[in-house]
Ligand binder design. Structure first.
Ligand code: ADP
Ligand code: ADP
Length: 232
């Protein structure tokens, strides 16, 4: 079963002399329940690919499917609903609401979607991410690493079909990185969620089922069951 698919995706920014080909025909499947890490040099198109997959950006040509839904035909309203119901996104810049506490941030998407929070899973996520004693704090009272883990918890708590993460361990020390990668692994193993992250962290390879490498807007390599040594 395919959770997401990009088909001959291209993305061009600008035009004329300043044109940038961020994606040059990327075709890739993400199987349901798999954990994929996307790696590659800065500027290779990783963020663009993930933003197109998550419906946060539109490709110049090609197709994106989430499950059986082709994003091209969707109205803004249906796109919003699909993102809300089926996709969790961990942004590089966290995107937490500054006036809300950590707990309110984490449960906000559920409230917006009119869904009850699964308290048992909430407690599991919070416990494993080690932020149980930070729930009443606002983002400004949290370290970067704690904000990062709150952002991860927010993406995980609704058990979306797919979780996308833009360098979800980018601001974390090695212990916190391990906790984030552990919980993403648990999301796939225990709930069959699909995880796709962009990362520069070689340790992520040990948690992922597969690492794909982008260079200059193209897929250049794919490793299955990688180890950290494979990507150093
Ligand atoms: P990565 O995530 O691998 O660092 P990006 O997807 O962010 O790569 O960027 C791919 C290329 O597209 C880079 O050359 C980058 O400068 C360019 N790019 C990304 N976003 C924009 C944008 N909004 N406007 C113009 N160029 C962009
Ligand atoms: P990353 O660490 O993911 O590669 P970037 O610094 O490439 O991050 O991009 C961060 C944000 O800036 C993205 O939303 C991307 O679309 C935008 N961006 C990247 N390159 C450019 C650019 N040359 N011009 C305008 N926006 C850009």
């Amino acid at each position: 079963q395919i959770a997401a698919r990009a088909e001959t995706l291209t993305k061009t920014y600008g035009s004329g002399d300043t044109v940038v080909h961020a994606l040059r025909g990327v075709t890739i499947d993400f199987k349901a329940g798999e954990f994929t890490a996307i790696m590659g040099p800065s500027g290779s198109g990783k963020s663009t690919l993930m933003h197109c997959l998550a419906g946060l950006d539109t490709a110049s040509s090609g197709r994106v499917r989430i499950g059986s839904v082709d994003l091209e035909g969707l109205s803004d309203k249906d796109m919003t609903k699909l993102r809300r119901d089926r996709i969790g996104f961990v942004f590089q810049a966290f995107n937490l609401v500054p006036t809300l506490t950590a707990e309110e941030n984490i449960t906000l998407p559920q409230g917006i979607a009119g869904r009850d929070v699964d308290r048992e899973w909430f407690d599991t996520v919070i416990g494993r991410l080690g932020i149980g004693d930070r729930l009443a704090h606002r983002p400004s009272e949290l370290s970067g690493g704690q904000q990062q883990r709150v952002a991860c918890a927010r993406a995980l708590v609704g058990k979306p079909d797919i979780i996308f993460g833009d360098e979800p361990t980018g601001n974390l020390d090695s212990r916190s990185s391990g906790e984030v990668l552990d919980i993403l692994r648990a999301a796939t193993d225990e709930f069959g969620q699909t995880v796709v992250i962009v990362t520069h962290d070689p340790r992520a390879a040990a948690y992922a089922d597969r690492v794909v490498f982008l260079a200059d807007g193209q897929l250049v390599r794919e490793l299955r069951q990688p180890t950290a040594d494979d990507v150093f």
